[in-house]
Design a protein around this ligand. Structure first.
Ligand code: NAP
Length: 240
């Protein structure tokens, strides 16, 4: 049975990683930190009345949980050719974008902290110098349990959000592979040449079609220059 990864429990990471040799896994191409929770009052809470006990638990999942994830799996990312960490954050963690009343504070503060943690991770030489890229994503206001909590009128369907995020991830991966291939052309990397590796990844369509997805060009260029980016699911760059 596949062990359930509870991002708040250290031993559940150990249990999962212990299975890797049996499954033949020694590297991870794309690591997605998706786990996230909000408080039981979400989004109807403010600084003056938010439940502080719940705040610890939201932080433990949304911030510390992602730190545990990155710490555990970075050695596996470093061994891959794609080397992409995707962190599911939220536009609600943007300080520059706050326009409404001071609500949903616990969730917002946790996502602002998650953004900072993700950027600091991306800047760590052990990450940056190894070519690991960090894509921090706002999935949109999606009709999930969280999106409709407290009677909120979420705007987009799960398929619309996930399909667009997959398109964006593919575009970033193709760019990573192109760079890897550029560096490795004429050389061998382990037992595979750059051309073999590009050819061995299964994308949803061919590489030429993926490269035409111009709405994600800015995401790729931020990742090339800074190693991290905060992007909307449709490729729009977001304010910190
Ligand atoms: N929905 C939105 O509008 C929206 C907007 C912005 C950002 N986000 C972010 O998108 C991500 C997914 O949220 P969602 O909308 O799909 O919310 P959701 O419907 O409430 O699902 C939450 C997800 O997090 C997982 N999770 C919670 N605690 C966990 C733990 N301790 N260990 C492992 N997994 C855990 C859940 O796994 P189980 O199913 O196994 O419990 C579930 O897959 C979250 O990070 C959220 O903050 C969502």
């Amino acid at each position: 049975m596949t062990p359930y990864l509870d991002v708040t429990v250290d031993s559940s990471f150990d249990a999962l990683v212990n299975q890797f040799p049996q499954w033949g896994i020694d590297s991870i191409d794309i690591l997605i930190g998706n786990a996230g929770i909000a408080t039981s009052e979400h989004p109807h809470e403010n600084v003056l009345d938010a439940n502080l006990e719940e705040m610890f638990s939201v932080f433990n999942t949304n911030v510390v949980g992602n730190m545990r994830l990155l710490r555990t799996f970075t050695p596996f990312l470093q061994k891959s050719h794609l080397k992409l960490a995707v962190i599911m954050s939220s536009r609600m963690g943007s300080i520059g974008d706050v326009t409404d009343r001071g609500e949903a504070v616990v969730y917002r503060i946790s996502k602002a902290a998650l953004n900072m943690m993700s950027v600091l991770y991306a800047l760590d030489p052990a990450v940056k110098d190894n070519g690991v890229k960090v894509l921090i994503v706002h999935p949109g206001w999606v009709k999930t349990d969280m999106g409709i909590a407290g009677g909120q009128p979420a705007k987009i369907d799960i398929d619309q959000s996930t399909n667009s995020i997959i398109d964006m991830i593919e575009k970033v991966c193709v760019s990573q592979l192109r760079q890897f291939k550029g560096k490795s052309d004429g050389k061998e990397s382990g037992d595979k040449s750059g051309e073999d590796i590009v050819g061995s990844i299964r994308f949803s369509t061919n590489i030429q079609e993926i490269e035409k997805r111009a709405n994600f060009n800015e995401v790729v260029s931020h990742l090339d220059s800074d190693n991290f980016v905060f992007a909307n699911y449709d490729g729009r760059i977001l304010q910190w």
